[in-house]
Design a protein around this ligand. Structure first.
Ligand SMILES: Cc1cc2nc3c(=O)[nH]c(=O)nc-3n(C[C@H](O)[C@H](O)[C@H](O)COP(=O)(O)O)c2cc1C
Length: 228
């Protein structure tokens, strides 16, 4: 499965079956996490065989079950967009390995002895990981891609194909409460600016933006544009 295919196949999955993740898959995930931490200056950690974070009433309330593995998204202040960007790379790798995931901000219990949070770092959220009871379903698409982008070129025309492909991939990105409060602006010289749209409710907007940028980059092809 390619990364493009994994963007189409990925949906949030909240119920998991009791099937351990193979050692080789864990190693592949760990290798990418190490690379992301190096590149992004982050402290993302894989936690395996740990059922307690999702064993209480909160998890039940969130309709989560069977979770024994998760990815702890840990970084410093100001790292949230990067955590979204690099965290989603790990999520998409998981999908290519036949695993399922769900970003979770609220309905889990912190287990401080299962990962390391250094001074000035915080656990921002986790991503559940394992074999899903189902493959999940596509989230509702509220509007067409044009509602989430702008053409700021001196001579605006129709959007180039790579940009449209990027937008379509961004709209398949997971976002907290499926808010999709992001906007992609096309500038001259194939420069793309990504920003959050105003929302009262969503403290996760920077993470959502990072996730959407990861999708956009895969959909558009990194070689076709530059981030502004
Ligand atoms: C930063 C972030 C936090 C999230 N927190 C939760 C959560 O606490 N509980 C939950 O059930 N889903 C959570 N989600 C999953 C979203 O509800 C889900 O991604 C969205 O509805 C879109 O659905 P999809 O992932 O299937 O495309 C979160 C997603 C993100 C990106």
């Amino acid at each position: 499965m390619t990364l493009q295919e994994s963007i189409l196949a990925r949906h949030s999955v909240r119920q998991y079956i009791d099937k351990p993740i193979e050692v080789e898959k864990i190693q592949q995930m760990q290798d990418l996490i190490d690379e992301c931490n190096r590149e992004g200056g982050l402290h993302i950690q894989l936690v395996t065989d740990e059922p307690n974070a999702f064993s209480g009433g909160l998890a039940k309330y969130g309709k989560f079950s069977g979770i024994r593995n998760y990815i702890a998204m840990i970084g410093r202040k100001g790292d949230d967009e990067n955590l979204g960007y690099y965290g989603e790379k790990v999520v998409l790798l998981a999908q290519t390995l036949g695993l399922n995931t769900c970003w979770v901000g609220l309905t889990f219990r912190k287990q401080p002895d299962k990962y390391k949070v250094l001074d000035e770092e915080k656990l921002v959220c986790v991503v559940s990981l394992g074999y899903g009871a189902t493959q999940g379903v596509q989230h509702p698409q509220k509007k067409g891609f044009e509602s989430y982008c702008k053409d700021a070129r001196n001579e605006p025309g129709s959007y180039p194909e790579w940009f449209v492909n990027g937008m379509k991939a961004a709209l398949l990105a997971p976002t907290a409460i499926n808010q999709q409060k992001f906007e992609f602006v096309l500038h001259d010289g194939n420069k793309v600016e990504a920003k959050t749209r105003f929302t009262m409710l969503n403290g996760y907007a920077p993470i959502d933006l990072g996730i959407a940028k990861c999708h956009f980059e895969i959909g558009a092809g990194k070689e076709n544009f530059e981030w502004e």
